[in-house]
Design a protein. Sequence first.
Length: 107
Amino acid sequence: MPDVHLVWDGIPIWLELKVSKGNAVNISPHQIAWHMAYHARGGLSFYLVKRSKDRDILLFGGDQGPMVLDLGCLAPCALRVDTVPELFCALRPLLLDKLSCALRPAP
């Protein structure tokens, strides 16, 4: 189970919080499995990585666990920001985009 569960404007989101001193991100096989299964069922989850080296905040999709484990902070991220307020400003459009893609048209 991830570290943070948040509901933002009715959208449930799970966040796995990580700190990286270099490029490596320590993600367990259990964490990867949880996020992959949740993502496969249409859930929104993310790995939120704070780089202590250059203070970047990186956001990776829950389906990117294997890539983040392999490439660490060098993996392509959904968002890269400098501050928490910037994160929340940039996160809202990303969530709305992901949610609109998941909605199915009414029959």
